[in-house]
Design a binder for this molecule. Sequence first.
Ligand SMILES: *Cc1c(COP(=O)(O)O)cnc(C)c1O
Length: 248
Amino acid sequence: MSDLDHNSANCAANPAANRVAHHLDEVRQRIAKAAQAAGRDPQAVMLLAVSKTFPADAVRAAHAAGQRAFGENYVQESLDKIQTLADLRASLEWHFIGPLQSNKTRPVAEHFDWVHSVDRLKIAQRLSEQRPDNLPPLNVCLQVNVSGEASKSGVGIAEAADIARQIAVLPKLTLRGLMSIPEPAGDLDAQRAPHRELRELFERLRGDGLALDTLSMGMSADLEAAVLEGATIVRVGTAIFGARDYSH
Ligand SMILES: *Cc1c(COP(=O)(O)O)cnc(C)c1O
């Protein structure tokens, strides 16, 4: 069999992997187009592939298609996946993006590279204490409850500066920026409003001297709006892996 035959045989044998690669391409093009419209460098927007509820094989397929950063929401599910994919660990970045209870911080501090969903000081303190000494500081974002936040978690805009300053001095964390999960909105203008709010807060905090470089905002339905408002990480699940099935 020639190489070409061999490749097409692989493709035919793995339509699910093909689909992931194709969807990744589409999402990358959406990001590039929005970045262009905003006069931004598309490279300044990192795509975080949200793999929650999808099996390790889906992550493997995305990795084979060049994707490196993956987002997970559930502690036990993510630990199983990280273990199954241990052979890829050196070329993968794991980002925890789900609600985090204080009794579950230790494995997250031990196994992840980033946590986007820090929504109170106590969680940050525990992550810092529990981050192993042999690992680099854990990258974190402060989750902010912008107007109409769907999840209702996150700190209020008014208290964000104070909490951010206290997180920024914790020894085993690097406070990288802010994250939000706005309520789904229909049109582009409505989608941009909460992202703009987060970006304005980000700019105020930077103006106050905090060294932040990350705005984690935008998902499958509103990534264009987020990129237009300055997102540096978009967190995309459905548009890459398909609809999630929570029944098992
Ligand atoms: C599930 C999830 C996403 C991805 O959402 P999609 O609409 O599937 O792209 C992004 N961010 C967070 C915090 C999530 O929980």
